[in-house]
Design a binder for this molecule. Structure first.
Ligand code: ZN
Length: 281
């Protein structure tokens, strides 16, 4: 089922129209409303009409409003401060309507409310215990998250010293079974034909696309002629195969094998996309 898109809302004789934020869309919608006005007599009252623009610089917003001859509207949004959530020396919070808000209330109850003599509100990032700074660093912030998930077993298959970022990202999605393969698209109701574009036969699922497909078997065999005479049968077993101590690897061979696995997954996904979106046989 399609997600409904709200294009307009009507309240008695008031109407709100939502549109893409560009002048062309605005002109087209105004033209439709003018045409409707000519035929029905229900014209736009320009003195009561306002245009609300989000994400536009003031000068551009003014230019757009004057082009279509609408007044510029403003939304009643303001920057609240922590200070406003207090009364006297205590917190003054609305009733909690969810467990999360209740949790916040409990946490704040143990925190001293701010006072005017403490200075203005500031946004600070936690860098450690009792260490707050205005600078943001993603790795530091990540380490402050209390319960990071344990590392997955195949971690070093994707993220190793010489990984290629673009390839690793696709491989990481594949390891999580999250690439939008045709079986997923079918479940989401986007397509009905789930046959693999590489071999034209079986259903396109991750396991088929990267290992069972007759097309990619040729690719694995090609790589195998260099170092993989018996390629693994699924993504998860790649790592155990590469790390198997019985495999007699030369120096750097493990890194090269990881790069080959990463490249193979990326190139297979790229080829599959070319065939679908560029209609390439
Ligand atoms: Zn196939």
């Amino acid at each position: 089922m399609c997600k409904p898109i709200i294009s307009h809302l009507s309240f008695a004789d008031d109407i709100m129209v939502f549109l893409k934020g560009d002048l062309q869309s605005l002109r087209e919608i105004k033209k439709v409303l003018d045409t409707f006005g000519k035929h029905s007599g229900l014209r736009i009252n320009e003195s009561k009409t306002e245009l609300f623009l989000l994400g536009f610089a003031d000068n551009l917003a003014n230019e757009i409003c004057s082009t279509v001859e609408f007044n510029k509207g403003t939304l009643p949004v303001r920057n609240a401060t922590v200070w406003e959530a207090t009364r006297g020396d205590a917190w003054n919070l609305p009733g909690a309507r969810s467990d999360r808000i209740q949790e916040l209330h409990t946490l704040l109850a143990r925190t001293q409310p701010p006072t005017a003599d403490q200075g203005p509100d500031l946004v600070l990032w936690k860098h450690g215990d009792n260490d707050f700074k205005p600078t943001f660093k993603s790795s530091t912030t990540w380490n402050q998250i209390p319960t990071p998930k344990p590392a997955v077993q195949w971690y070093s298959l994707v993220w190793f010293q010489h990984y290629v970022p673009r390839y690793a990202f696709v491989q990481w999605q594949a390891m999580h079974n999250r690439l939008p393969t045709k079986d997923h698209l079918n479940c989401w109701g986007v397509i009905s034909d789930t046959s693999c574009n590489l071999c034209g036969g079986e259903e396109e699922i991750h396991q088929h696309l990267f290992f069972k497909c007759s097309y990619n078997k040729q690719l694995w065999s090609f790589f195998g002629s260099y170092c993989w005479p018996n390629p693994p049968e699924d993504l998860q077993s790649c790592l155990s195969w590469i790390d198997n101590p019985s495999n007699d690897f030369a120096r750097n061979m493990k890194t090269i094998s990881r790069l080959i696995a990463q490249t193979a997954v990326y190139e297979l996904w790229k080829e599959r996309n070319h065939r679908i979106f560029r209609n390439r046989p």
